[in-house]
Write a protein that binds this ligand. Structure first.
Ligand SMILES: [Zn+2]
Length: 392
């Protein structure tokens, strides 16, 4: 179906106030040059319908614990750039990944020839010093020096939807909390010789900088600084296991992101086929989220992921905490593991989670108090600032 036909159907049969609300934001962001309204030379309604679909699906998935409007607010607050095709010269020069600007040739070589990215969501600091996400869906028909660049099929709406729902879930999982509102266990978790950092702050730091960070974390908890979480990703430091490197545990988080993207996809278009990627990770997350309650798990993942981290870290299995037990397996693709036993172990722990009901108390009030309100307040403040500034 054509984009404009879908748009018409939503305008006639959908939530018209929500569509207007989204359109106002899309207009403002596209006028500032921050967001694309759609694919160049095609319908101008693509961003609007995708946002409408994603937001209403999250409201359904969380049984209203998170409302559509809250989803739109959080995305518009945290997503500094939205591009279909490629990043834009001049406009996006300030977005960097691995120290290269996303508009540079080095970035193209690294990410679209060597790493085959179909889409990307790098974080960057905007002109107001705020951490933002830049979302791009690359066009797989572009070339560079005679070589085809990686991307997705931008003529296929299913491909666009699935990819953007996954990337937006990455934006939704980003959470910034005042350090003083957290306990040490929320930020740092020790297990044997490993120290796990439950924040992705400092992913570019050296080993020395990390050691400074650990020793200063107790000051941090009392201070005014903010700590950011990326869903259930953690960073492990274990000098014996790996003397020179931090071990990033983000594969299990990819499973959670992809699982939610597939759920959204099935609400939007139940005939679309799911791709095969992250199959094992998705299966594990499906078990965990179902035992904790799907609506509450998704709401918590988007508003207080540190709660989920602690729930999973407190469970023990085979001498390790549950989160890193599964993470170790998915990070090395289950090499040398008895997978049948592995999934039996997961079922046992999930059974315990189900009877413990650790997310019983999650309500709309909690979610708003916790995190989404923070973003909404931020957004209100930044639109006040925008109004004061002179835009020409
Ligand atoms: Zn991802």
């Amino acid at each position: 179906m054509e984009i404009d036909e879908i748009y018409k159907i939503y305008c006639e049969n959908g939530d018209q106030d929500l569509i207007k609300y989204i359109e106002n934001i899309v207009n403002e962001k596209s006028m500032n040059g921050q967001w694309d309204r759609g694919i160049e030379g095609q319908s101008e309604n693509l961003t609007t319908i995708l946002l409408y679909e994603y937001a209403t699906s999250i409201e359904k998935l969380t049984n209203g614990i998170i409302t559509s409007k809250q989803v739109v607010d959080k995305l518009s607050n945290q997503m500094g750039k939205l591009r279909f095709g490629d990043f834009k010269d001049k406009n996006d020069d300030n977005v960097c990944y691995d120290k290269n600007s996303v508009t540079s040739d080095e970035y193209k070589k690294k990410c679209r020839i060597e790493k085959h990215f179909g889409a990307h969501a790098p974080q960057y600091t905007d002109e107001n010093g705020k951490t933002r996400c830049a979302i791009v869906l690359f066009d797989n028909k572009q070339e560079f020096n005679g070589m085809t660049l990686s991307g997705i099929d931008l003529s296929d709406l299913t491909d666009i939807r699935h990819t953007i729902f996954h990337e937006w879930t990455h934006v939704m999982e980003m959470q910034t909390v005042k350090a003083s509102e957290l306990s040490m266990d929320d930020i740092l978790y020790r297990d044997g010789e490993s120290v796990y950092i439950n924040t992705t702050a400092g992913v570019d730091w050296s080993m020395e900088e990390f050691e400074d960070y650990i020793s200063s974390v107790s000051d941090l908890v009392q201070g005014d600084k903010e700590i950011s979480f990326s869903g259930i990703s953690t960073i492990e430091i274990n000098k014996k296991k790996n003397p020179n490197r931090r071990i990033m545990h983000n594969q299990i988080d990819e499973g959670a992101t992809e699982f939610i993207a597939r759920k959204v996809m099935s609400i939007v278009d139940d005939t679309a086929k799911s791709p095969d990627r992250y199959k094992g990770q998705v299966k594990i997350i499906e078990k965990i989220f179902s035992s904790l309650g799907l609506d509450k798990s998704v709401a918590t993942y988007f508003s207080a992921p540190q709660k989920l981290l602690r729930i999973l870290e407190r469970k023990r299995i085979g001498g390790v905490d549950f989160l890193h037990y599964i993470s170790d397996v998915v990070n090395c693709s289950g090499k040398g593991i008895d997978l049948q036993q592995f999934f039996r172990d997961i079922d046992i722990i999930c059974g315990e989670l189900e009877s413990d009901k650790p997310l019983e108390e999650v309500t709309t009030g909690d979610v708003v108090k916790n995190a989404l309100s923070h973003d909404i307040i931020e957004r209100a403040r930044s639109s006040e600032r925008l109004a004061e500034e002179d835009y020409r």
